[in-house]
Design a protein around this ligand. Sequence first.
Ligand code: SF4
Ligand code: MG
Length: 323
Amino acid sequence: MALLEVQDLVVEFPQRRGGVLRALDGVSFSIDPGEVLGVVGESGAGKSLTGAAIIGLLEPPGRIASGEIRLGGERIDTLRGEALRRLRGRHIGAIFQDPLTSLNPLYTVGRQLTETIRTHLPLDAAAARERAIALLRDTGIPAPEQRVDHYPHQFSGGMRQRVVIALALAAEPRLIVADEPTTALDVSIQAQIIGLLKRVCREHGAAVMLVTHDMGVIAETCDRVAVMYAGRVAEIGPVAEVIHRGAHPYTQGLVASIPALDGERERLAQIDGSMPRLGAIPSGCAFHPRCPRAVDRCRAERPGLMPAGATQAACWLAVEGTS
Ligand code: SF4
Ligand code: MG
């Protein structure tokens, strides 16, 4: 059974003057236990919003208008208050772009780790401290026995994000939602942190939903990838299939933007234009104004995800077998 199932998720923002803006429009995907799923797309595609909906942190007035989210078969999109907080600490860990949003500057990292551990696991203070030190060691913090008593500002940016990863794993969650976890870090350590995230999550048995705009990161890290465009999933499948045999023209354009992923492959032209604004999503296939292969049907009818070789693509070319 899938660990996480997102089914036909619709997220809307009611407007003050009436009406709603639909920011996610029928998003469906699943994540298996222990799997790393990448969610990629340009800014405004709905990647972060999808992550926020899963962890119950949609910013008001945004709300789930329809659809379902299940973790281990149980509905989680309907949880509120204490039940939601328990889900978030215990079963789903979150990692955001800026480590400082996850850490309290006034408390030592050890205190923050042990509080999370003791809230969710039946450990006494000494055992929780042992676990905190072990987590810091697992995430590559040198001298964890001393570092556990340091404050967040005493760590470098990269080391702080390691602490955040340790904190996200503190209660042994089944899923980690990581939203651009390295974007705020120095380029030289980004790959290191992504590699670490993948390794420790595997060791701790946690699945990962990795949100990023960087197809290169996806290529190196993920098992499967969902490509998002204008609040919808444009294509989803195993990473190698999506990258080398992606059926959706948008996927092909994104892949072409990865520098030197594959030296022998011919570089495709970059995609012209930009993501449509909310409230101005084109009819039919939302990508049609930018698509070099659009036909009449694309403007009139919206394609759903359909089998396209080893991936699923929301593109009429897939069903016609002409891609
Ligand atoms: Fe292009 Fe049409 Fe496919 Fe959309 S459905 S990606 S417009 S070919
Ligand atoms: Mg984002």
